[in-house]
Design a protein around this ligand. Sequence first.
Ligand code: FMN
Length: 353
Amino acid sequence: MPVSQPRFGVWSNVYGAWGSHFHPDDPSDASWMRNLSLVQQAEALGFSSTLIAQHIMNPTGNERDQLETWTSAAAFAASTRMIEIIAAVKPYLFHPVVLAKMALQIEEISGGRAALNLVNAWYKPEFERAGIRFAHHDERYAYGREWITVVRRLFSGDRVTFRGRYFQVEDYILSPPSRFRSRPAIYLGGESEAARALAAEHADAFFINGQPLHDVREIIHDLARRPRLDAPLRFGLAGFVIARKTEAEAREALDYALSLAEKDAPGHKSVLDGADADAVMFKTFAKHANVVGTNGGTSAGLVGSYAQVADRISGFNDIGIELFMLQFQPFESEMRRFAEEIIPRVAHARSFS
Ligand SMILES: Cc1cc2nc3c(=O)[nH]c(=O)nc-3n(C[C@H](O)[C@H](O)[C@H](O)COP(=O)(O)O)c2cc1C
């Protein structure tokens, strides 16, 4: 499949750490100042995007700090110049009229760099303890479908009347719409059939959790054959990177990262205890052992020598992955290593392919 040159993004550090909360050189820190500095560094290093995941309470331990997504997205918009700001949103937490307005304001502040990542929720306590109903898996997606339909129509700047099962919107208009392009970009992250169908219908890009190339190829094949109203669907992949000069050094670094995981066991238990049993994503995660990072993490195989990691990225790019959304630990120094060692290798390889 013809794909554009790969782009690289970083996950904002919303939980304080990707990998272990107990890494001696990467103390858990989800503060605004740390995240501002991280995203500004990413931009200066040439990363094209940042993804701000959405959780109201930290699923790895509710007493841990958690960065708020949409207020941070607005502040990133005002304090960066080029980086795309992708803010995740769980439809039940915001009425679509309110969220569409917020996204358009971030579009305005950022000069056309706003995007949302539609995620249909898996962490039950965050909803239930707030008294918000946590609907059944497929109903969440049915709600999400109406929700994104309203958001998309409002993004147009036209007057909108919508009468659905969940939303009744009458003669509503949001001004200004984007002054920079037709509307903010729409990503969707999910694994289930319901997620795939919704992405094919309403998203510009589908985010895939980190997993081996042959599994990613099947997902892309399944999504790319579905009918579309808009331009072809684009694809992003989550991954945790461990790149070193040699494969042996990378293996050693992976072993070290795994050795820290023992202390994180209560955090993993908190995640699994709170997860919806019907969320397909966790069934995929369960297929892979010894993983570092969230959303598939090292299952994407971006662990190895600089040449190996660059090759694997090219391999994913060949099958249709355009955006690589990356986690590191310690974040800032490993992000810099990636920018210095991997991005130029990939750029060189792709310029000859
Ligand atoms: C790249 C990516 C980012 C995600 N970000 C979030 C997030 O910020 N918050 C969240 O609750 N779920 C997030 N998810 C999880 C999806 O929403 C998840 O797959 C869904 O909740 C479970 O639905 P499923 O059964 O379709 O997998 C993300 C998934 C992917 C692939």
